[in-house]
Design a protein around this ligand. Sequence first.
Ligand code: FES
Length: 366
Amino acid sequence: MVFPFKKRAKSSWLDVPAAKAYDPTADAARKFAAEKAATAAAPVEPKLDLEVKAVTPVAEGVIAITFVDPHGEELPEWAPGAHLEIHTPAGLIRQYSLCGDPANRMEYRVSVLREEAGRGGSKELHDDARLVGKLITATQPRNHFELHPSAKYLFIAGGIGVTPIRAMVAGVPEGAEWTLLYGGRTRASMAFVDELVEIGGDRIKIAPQDTDGLLDLRTALEAIDADTAVYCCGPSPLIAAVEQCVEKYAPDSKLYFERFTASEENAAARAEAAKGDQPFELELRRTGVTMTVGADERTLDAVIKHVPGFDYSCEEGHCGSCWTKVLAGEVDHRDDGLLTEAERATNTEMYVCVSRAKSDKLVLDV
Ligand code: FES
């Protein structure tokens, strides 16, 4: 399926068409899918029980949550860029990047933006006055956004996207040069400003949109050379703009980014495609069940009804968690750029949170 490119208003970052070259997020998700495929028959990864030690406001609409082991033991290691997938007390599954100090094995820290238009996970965590002391189940830290060795780094953070970048700037390898361009709606809404300035001093450019306008990506990217790795985390329009500007002004630099939400193009294309949804037959071969997925039902819903521990998270086709091997049938792929056109054409894998069947029947290796 070809997703239509949606034109954006001039004067935004996005005056040039999206580049479709190397996509580090898709690359990381593919690696994750390969790992998942390789370990499909392995025992399920043990979950962590974490106790909420503290909830602290760190900016307007943003809280930091600190977790510890309930028995006071050390927690599993992690590296900058890693995230935790947590099960909220209400049973929602959400991913949050770790933003504490990897050397401190006694606690994890994540930050959570209250998303009024979200699916409820952040609001639940923000509104739970009794969160401190509660036990939360989480996965081991996973990392699809690793900090690769480089002589120089340019970090670009937008809003809550600063969370993994906060850990990265503190973990830059000895001797490497780095700068950070950090934008947000207003200064009050931007988390960790003081901590970042303490770590990086004048290597950090803080640019609230209400006083400084949009981040000056062109100047930042024209100033770097091919030895500079660019790391970006933030809302989809920022990531799209950085992709385009790297292509235009720093084509020899390597770009790594992490997406928190589905791209606007993918969300619009999925909404359009959903208008023509038809029921189809779904067989979960290893589970030994066959069922009908209704026109208004997701493939994922049908799967988790019979496989309660099935791994998924974003439910928007961009995180890679719900990757599944396809044994038979033709897939209607709707993931957010996780699979290439060539991979889609093989009909051997799919992301079940968003994708469906083109054929009357799909058989999954579940
Ligand atoms: S891609 Fe994130 S749950 Fe499917």
